[in-house]
Each structure stands twice: as structure tokens, then as C-alpha cells.
Design a binder for this molecule. Structure first.
Ligand SMILES: *[C@@H]1O[C@H](CO)[C@@H](O)[C@H](O)[C@H]1NC(C)=O
Ligand SMILES: *[C@@H]1O[C@H](CO)[C@@H](O)[C@H](O)[C@H]1NC(C)=O
Ligand SMILES: *[C@@H]1O[C@H](CO)[C@@H](O)[C@H](O)[C@H]1NC(C)=O
Ligand SMILES: *[C@@H]1O[C@H](CO)[C@@H](O)[C@H](O)[C@H]1NC(C)=O
Ligand SMILES: *[C@@H]1O[C@H](CO)[C@@H](O)[C@H](O)[C@H]1NC(C)=O
Length: 551
């Protein structure tokens, strides 16, 4: 095309020899310009249409650039939250927490001595949110979600160069969990005391406050936290199977022991240790037992776990027919989708009654999904005017992101198993309809919302500047300590350090947002918010449906 508007030397010669050709060359020139302009417009249209704003990429294998960028940013939050030990001036037993591959310039070594008073190395793991607490229950859930995302979408993470980062982040938690499980029936579930911690506003690198430990054991059981930890380790054992079979085996061994502990000594951790009710109070442990057993079945193919979730305990715990909201407290929707996977793709051998149980989980999963799809007869009214799922004021983005993650998984199970539709009160929905819902939620989070704000910190043109996060809000050269550090909480200035990848609590039901550090309800991020977003984005970076990667 360019040759038409850039005549060769030969043509120039002919034009100079014959004046009558001038008009002809003029037409050729104009025609050429039009052709080039048309081509440019076509290419631009194609480019913009293959971006996520218009839905899904145009060819399988295409990547959606905006989701790729968002995924890379969301993944950074795990580095922001890492609790890290100091490498050199400590006894070798404490080397595990050595700061490696630090990608966050304003983060350094911290929490080196965690666990030391009990002779345990709890220096790794991740801070839960904006404070310096390590809460085992939501931390284990973060790991389980991250494992699930890797197992389903590891190929896609790899294609956009995020898989190593995901493995590293997961291992940072599972290394901690291995150490926290000190013997068959003893699991450390918390580092730090929220009362001491919340009376200070400090950087993790400089804090000198006491960090007491909390454990569950035979006399003070914690079924949900032990079972969630078992789920995390069982799922991670599958992630690491090909990378390091020794490590994978170690995780599986811990998972089986923890499940036995959780199941044998039944009791809720927030009843055994009532002071824990203030943070991450548990509404019950039946869901975590089923969740752990489901992951153990997938990891071991041991049929006793399948019997456990179906004929054994399904009727007791499963709440079939009652859809709920997936969260750090409620694993039921996760169990339903995970066991639907087995129902879609088949298990090695199952009895009739086991299959009936699996079918009931799948029916409940579909009820849960029908509730999410905006135009189904059973659509929930728990959403904002422009369509964001909105269930609770505290951390309002948890439910839309968690629900969208499950919906993408389910739509991929449908595609892979060639299941053309699911029915909601007689109306049929295709996998693309489920995906469209998920895209609507993630696009909202990334800035397609009435206030045009990205709730993913570091992504887009406008994102929250006053994230409720100690490390992010305090300059690294600050010399403040525990109490006087609160001046950084109350400072009118934006955070000096960007908590990249943080997904803040989120908007009000009326879709406004208050960018205020003082509102932990709206402005505090958490590791599980980011893990769920990582799972969701990994499922959306490419259009290809999920392969049967791990069953
Ligand atoms: C068992 O756990 C409780 C609650 O964390 C703790 O108070 C108690 O000391 C533990 N028991 C033992 C033998 O360590
Ligand atoms: C595999 O995992 C084991 C157990 O954690 C560890 O000791 C070993 O160094 C790992 N091997 C490699 C090659 O990383
Ligand atoms: C914690 O959860 C239990 C069980 O749902 C409930 O009975 C209790 O009132 C809750 N505690 C707080 C402080 O919310
Ligand atoms: C910290 O660094 C900032 C920016 O370089 C500077 O403005 C400030 O004065 C420093 N504060 C202290 C206490 O050194
Ligand atoms: C949105 O809702 C919050 C909480 O109910 C309220 O404080 C705020 O004023 C509302 N904003 C608008 C613009 O209505």
C-alpha cells in the first residue's frame, strides 16, 4: 500500500517527462491515502474490540491486555503483605523468613522473631490486612484460593508470566503453615494480639510490640481453622506436586493430619477461645470440614473423602438447596463448585448414593449462580443500581469478586464438559452469560463505575490514595513509634507508599466511595480480596476454556 503513495524513482522520471500524467498520479495518490486510512481504522477497531471492555478477546488464546495488567498489579499485594525475617544476624533456624525477591521497595525485613518464644519459626506468612496481625483462618483461605486459581488457570498465568510469582506467594504462606502445625493436634493460628496491635500505628519493620501466639489443641479445638488449613495444604500439595514432590508430600501429610484433628476434636475456634470473636468470628465449621475433605479427595483420590462429603456428612452439613455467599467464613459455595467439577468430569469410581450427593451439590451451585445472573427469575436484589453485587458494608467488594471467581470457574467447567446451558427457573443460560456477569463485576472493580475509580490500588488513572494500611501510610524514614505513629493515620496527605495490588473494602450501596484512611470498613484491603481477584483475572486473561488440569 505504501508503494502507491511513494512513487519509485522510475515513476518520478516519467511524471517529469509527461505533464498529462499529473492528474493520473494525483488520483493514485488520493486513492492510496484512502486505502491507508481505511487500513489504520480497521486495525484500530480490531485492537479496541479485542479489549475486555467489549467482553472477551476475539480468538481463543488472545490475551485481554487490561486484565493482564490488572493481574500483574493484584499479584503484588502478596509482596506488600509478606512478613519477612532478617537474613544474617539470627540463628540459622530462623533463616526461613529471609527476604528474597523483594519487589516492593518500601518493604523490608520484619517479624523475624515471630514464634520464637515457643521455639517455632513463624517468621513467614502474610499480614492479614492494614495491620500487623497474622490471622491463620483468613490466611489459610487466601492460600486455598490461590492454589485453586493456580490449579485451574496456571497455564494462563504462565502465558502472562505470573505463574512463578503465584507459586512464590503461595509457598510463602504454606511454609508458614507447615511450621505452625507443630504436632498432630496442635496448630498455631495467630501471631500478635489485636488489642496490642491496634493500639499502635507502626510499620512492620520497626514495631517492637509483643507478638503473643495463639494455638488450638485438643482441649481448645478449632475445627474451622484446622480444616481450612488442611484445605490450603491439600490444594497446595497439588500445585507443588510437579515442582517438588518432597514438599508436596509434606503438605499432604500435614493436610491429612490436620483434617483428622479438625474432625475428631470438633469445636469452633471462636467458641473455644471467645476473645477471638472480635476478628474473623466463625459462623460454624461444617463448611470447612466439607471443603477440606473435598480438597483431600482431589489430592489423594482416596474414596473415603468422597464418601465423607456425600453419604457420610452431606446430609448433616451440606445445606443443600440453600445458596449462600462465598467468603473467608463461608466455604459452602466453594464446596458446591468444587464438587460440581467432579460431577462434570467424573470421578474414578463412585456409588449411586455418592453420585446423588454430588448432584445435590451441583444443583445448589446452580441455584447460587442463578441468584447472581442479573436477569434470572431468582436474581438477588443484593446489588447496586449499576449491577455490582453488594451484600455487606464492611469489605463490600469481597462478595462480588468472590462470586465472579466462582462463576468464571463454573462457566469454564460447562465449556470444557460441553454442557451448553444451565437452567434458572426454566430459562437457559450459556457459559458466555456466566462470563458476562463475571466481567461486569471485574470491570466495575477496575473503574467502570459511577465514580470512575479503580478499587485496585495501582491500577488505572484514579485509585484510592488513603488506603487504611500502616506500612503504606508511614514514610520509610519516619521515626515515630507505637502511639505517635497515629499521626500518619490522621494525616491529610495521601499515602507515601503505594500498596500496589490492594483491593480496598469498597463502595457504599449508593456507589459512592470515601477515600479516607480512617474508614477501615471501606478503605482497608486484605490478602483474600487480592487472592480472589487474582483467581478471577486469571480466568479472564484468555478466552480459552480450562483444561481438565487436575482431576
Ligand atoms: C491449648 O490452647 C489454649 C488456647 O490457645 C491455650 O490456652 C493452652 O495453653 C493450650 N494448651 C497447651 C497444653 O498448650
Ligand atoms: C523440596 O522440598 C524439600 C522440603 O521442603 C526441601 O528440603 C528441598 O530443598 C526442596 N528441593 C528443591 C529442589 O527445592
Ligand atoms: C460469633 O459467631 C457466633 C456463631 O455464629 C455467634 O453466636 C456470636 O454471637 C458471634 N460473636 C460476635 C462477637 O459477633
Ligand atoms: C523523609 O524523607 C522525605 C522525603 O525525602 C523528607 O521530606 C523528610 O524530611 C524525611 N523525614 C525525616 C524525618 O527524615
Ligand atoms: C451514600 O451512602 C452513605 C451511607 O449510607 C451516606 O453516608 C452518603 O451520604 C451517601 N451518599 C450519597 C451521595 O447519597
Amino acid at each position: 500500500m505504501e508503494t502507491k503513495i511513494e512513487p519509485s524513482g522510475g515513476k518520478e522520471d516519467r511524471r517529469s517527462r509527461c505533464k498529462g500524467w499529473w492528474w493520473w498520479w494525483f488520483f493514485v495518490f488520493v486513492f492510496g491515502v484512502l486505502v491507508v486510512a481505511l487500513a489504520v481504522v480497521t486495525i484500530l477497531r480490531h485492537y479496541f474490540h479485542s479489549r475486555p471492555s467489549s467482553g472477551v478477546p476475539s480468538h481463543p488464546g488472545d490475551v485481554a491486555e487490561e486484565y493482564v495488567n490488572a493481574l500483574g498489579i493484584a499479584m503484588q499485594f502478596f509482596d506488600v503483605q509478606k512478613c519477612m525475617g532478617t537474613p544474617l544476624d539470627v540463628v540459622t533456624d530462623y533463616l526461613a523468613g529471609k527476604l528474597v525477591n523483594n519487589r516492593i521497595a518500601w518493604r523490608g525485613d520484619s517479624g523475624l522473631e515471630d514464634g520464637r518464644q515457643a521455639g517455632v519459626d513463624l517468621s513467614k506468612g502474610m499480614y492479614d490486612a492494614g495491620d500487623l496481625m497474622k490471622f491463620g483462618f483468613p490466611m489459610a483461605f487466601t492460600a486455598t484460593v490461590l492454589s485453586w486459581a493456580i490449579l485451574e488457570y496456571g497455564d494462563q498465568m504462565d502465558a502472562v508470566r505470573q505463574l512463578d510469582h503465584a507459586h512464590d506467594s503461595l509457598k510463602w504462606i504454606t511454609d508458614y503453615l507447615i511450621n505452625a502445625h507443630v504436632s498432630q493436634n496442635v496448630l498455631y493460628i495467630q501471631v500478635g494480639d489485636p488489642k496490642i496491635d491496634h493500639d499502635c500505628w507502626e510499620r512492620p519493620e520497626t514495631t517492637t510490640e509483643k507478638r503473643p501466639l495463639t494455638q488450638v489443641n485438643v482441649s481448645f479445638p478449632g475445627t474451622e481453622v484446622a480444616a481450612e488449613t488442611a484445605a490450603a495444604m491439600a490444594s497446595a500439595s497439588m500445585v507443588f506436586r510437579k515442582l517438588n514432590s518432597t514438599y508436596s508430600g509434606l503438605l499432604l501429610n500435614h493436610a491429612q493430619q490436620l483434617f483428622a484433628f479438625a474432625d475428631t476434636y470438633r469445636g469452633s475456634y471462636s467458641i473455644s477461645i471467645p476473645q477471638l470473636q472480635q476478628f474473623y468470628n466463625s459462623s460454624g465449621y461444617g463448611d470447612e470440614l466439607l471443603w477440606a475433605a473435598s480438597w483431600l479427595y482431589l489430592a489423594t483420590e482416596d474414596r473415603s473423602y468422597l464418601r465423607y462429603v456425600t453419604v457420610g456428612n452431606g446430609r448433616i452439613f451440606a445445606n443443600w438447596g440453600t445458596p449462600s455467599w462465598f467468603s473467608w467464613d463461608d466455604k459452602y459455595p466453594g464446596v458446591q463448585v468444587l464438587l460440581s467439577r467432579i460431577n462434570f468430569f467424573g470421578a474414578k469410581e463412585t456409588s449411586v448414593s455418592e453420585n446423588v450427593g454430588l448432584q445435590k451439590y451441583r444443583e445448589t451451585a446452580e441455584m447460587m449462580i442463578c441468584r447472581l445472573l442479573p436477569d434470572s427469575a431468582t436474581a438477588t436484589s443484593s446489588r447496586t443500581e449499576s449491577g455490582l453485587i453488594w451484600v455487606t458494608e464492611w469489605n463490600s467488594l469481597l462478595h462480588p469478586v468472590a462470586s465472579a471467581f466462582l462463576t468464571v470457574l463454573y462457566s469454564d467447567y460447562m465449556l470444557t464438559s460441553r454442557t451448553p446451558v444451565l437452567y434458572c427457573s426454566g430459562k437457559s443460560y450459556k457459559p458466555a452469560d456466566l462470563r458476562e456477569f463475571a466481567i461486569s463485576q471485574v470491570d466495575y472493580v477496575l473503574g467502570k463505575n459511577p465514580v470512575k475509580l479503580s478499587y485496585l490500588v495501582g491500577y488505572g488513572i484514579r485509585y484510592p490514595q488513603y488506603v487504611h494500611h500502616r506500612g503504606s501510610s508511614i514514610p520509610i524514614n519516619a521515626t515515630t513509634g507505637c502511639q505517635d505513629g497515629f499521626k500518619w493515620l490522621h494525616s491529610p496527605d495521601p499515602n507515601p507508599n503505594v500498596a500496589a495490588g490492594a483491593v480496598v473494602g469498597g463502595p457504599f450501596l449508593n456507589e459512592t466511595y470515601i477515600d479516607s484512611r480512617k474508614s477501615s470498613t471501606h478503605a482497608e484491603p486484605s490478602t483474600y480480596n487480592s487472592a480472589l481477584l487474582v483467581g478471577l483475572l486469571s480466568g479472564l486473561v484468555s478466552r480459552s476454556s480450562v483444561p481438565k488440569s487436575f482431576v
